[in-house]
Design a protein around this ligand. Structure first.
Ligand code: ATP
Length: 135
């Protein structure tokens, strides 16, 4: 079994989609190992998105992620990393995510794409340490 770090980003929380996202995770057969509603300090956002430092959207991404509460989850199950990325859909909610996915069903703009999921076992380990250092 594998673990992945999932975020419901501020747009998802503000739009009342936390239950929808958790429901899809549970219906897929994945389980919740940790869950927290929290505000995001700039230092945590910078660490989480370190790979995007220097990109044109980096500053805007940090402002967005620190601009409201997020729900952070550790999701567990067989192939949890790929399984959640399948549920989320592609990064761009219109061009990449297909209907039936979280982003494809609820998103319109690439920055406001509702959820994050770790993209590899290395990222998952790194990100779980950032968001849940005691886990
Ligand atoms: P995440 O890492 O959040 O799961 P991802 O792996 O699908 O998303 P990345 O390419 O890692 O996508 O980008 C991280 C996040 O940065 C995206 O989820 C999105 O919120 C934002 N983002 C990506 N590309 C752009 C862009 N061109 N303009 C604005 N925001 C962007």
């Amino acid at each position: 079994s594998e673990r992945t770090l999932v975020l419901v980003k501020p747009d998802g929380v503000q739009r009342g989609l936390v239950g929808e996202v958790i429901s899809r995770i549970e219906r897929k057969g994945l389980t919740l190992a940790a869950l927290e509603l929290r505000s995001v300090e700039r230092a945590v956002a910078e660490q989480h998105y370190a790979e995007h430092d220097g990109k044109p959207f980096f500053e805007s991404l940090l402002e967005f992620i620190t601009g409201g509460a997020v729900v952070a989850l550790v999701v567990e199950g067989p192939r949890a990393i790929s399984a959640f990325r399948q549920l989320a859909g592609g990064t761009d909610p219109v061009d990449k995510a297909t209907p039936g996915t979280i982003r494809g069903d609820f998103g319109l703009e690439v920055q406001y794409n509702l959820v994050h999921g770790s993209d590899s076992p290395e990222s998952a380990e790194r990100e779980i340490k950032i968001w849940f250092p005691n886990l």
